[in-house]
Design a protein around this ligand. Structure first.
Ligand SMILES: Cc1cc2nc3c(=O)[nH]c(=O)nc-3n(C[C@H](O)[C@H](O)[C@H](O)COP(=O)(O)O)c2cc1C
Length: 271
């Protein structure tokens, strides 16, 4: 029996899309603010699209947001789909009581197809299963490396206290943290922490942020790591104080500003 593997060959259009768009990697972690991931994604697409024509060769090239969810984030994503006021309320019809962990991945496809008609145009969705589904043997695609290579920028929004601690200490036990551990720090990384006020005020949080800035902060094109500090709000847990993720639009504006600087300094990836 032949052991030769079949490899998927991209169409010319897919190759063009890969080359010419702006690729944003959105890592969503287990803060309750993960329920806003769809808004973050939508606002980034809206805000950054105007940069595409300035920075890419091909007319019609798009911003693609590739979303990576941790296991904890998936629980909030599932809950967020039926949150009141969510633009994709149609899902309420399918999952009136929220959805299970297993259902979430399929739901993402429904969301994208419903909103835009074509999944491939605007990026994809990954989780810890994706990494091992695509890699079975030597020579297979390594998802965290492929995503690192493809991305022009990485955004961790929301960034949980746990993921912040892991990044600060170089841990990489899931897809999200493996991407960051393997990140090419000549490309920008934006982090939007979100946590309970006491978590945020705990001195260990500042230590983690300082460690990340110290180890990865200064890059040839400027500051490689950007923090978008949390804002004051009554939090989902009922506590009031600083800790809520900053607004999706603030994140999107910062992504655009940072990407503009990145492209202007001529350090954009060579594809
Ligand atoms: C209802 C609920 C809300 C939570 N909200 C937050 C939060 O806002 N920020 C945070 O850092 N952790 C929060 N956590 C705890 C994280 O989900 C937990 O630390 C988890 O391990 C994070 O995993 P991750 O960093 O791999 O996504 C919450 C947990 C629960 C059950």
């Amino acid at each position: 029996m032949s052991t030769k593997k079949k490899t998927y060959k991209k169409t010319k259009k897919e190759n063009d899309d890969d080359r010419d768009g702006i690729h944003v990697l959105l890592i969503v972690t287990g803060s309750v603010a993960a329920i806003k991931w769809w808004h973050v994604r939508r606002d980034i697409i809206e805000c950054v699209q105007s940069l595409v024509s300035e920075t890419t060769r091909r007319e019609g090239a798009l911003v693609r947001v590739h979303a990576v969810a941790t296991d904890a984030a998936k629980r909030f994503i599932g809950a967020g789909l039926v949150e009141e006021g969510h633009p994709e309320q149609f899902l309420h019809k399918y999952y009136p009581d929220g959805c299970s962990m297993e259902e979430i991945d399929g739901i993402f496809d429904k969301l994208v197809a419903n909103a835009y008609g074509s999944r491939s145009l605007l990026g994809s969705y990954y989780n810890d299963t994706s990494e091992w589904q695509s890699w079975r043997n030597r020579g297979d695609a390594v998802t965290h490396i492929d995503l690192r290579n493809k991305a022009d920028i990485c955004v961790i929004a929301p960034c949980s206290a746990n993921t912040l601690a892991k990044v600060a200490n170089g841990m990489c036990d899931n897809l999200a943290t493996s991407i960051i551990r393997a990140w090419d720090f000549s490309k920008p990384l934006l982090i939007a922490p979100a946590m309970n006020t006491h978590m945020w005020q705990n001195p260990i949080t500042k230590k983690h942020i300082d460690a990340i800035k110290k180890n990865h902060g200064k890059q040839p094109f400027g500051d490689g790591v950007y923090f978008l500090n949390p804002i004051e709000k009554t939090l989902a847990c009922g506590d009031s104080g600083v800790g809520a993720m900053c607004e999706p639009k603030t994140i999107a504006k910062k992504v655009k500003e940072v990407l503009k600087k990145y492209f202007e300094t001529g350090r954009a990836r060579k594809k």
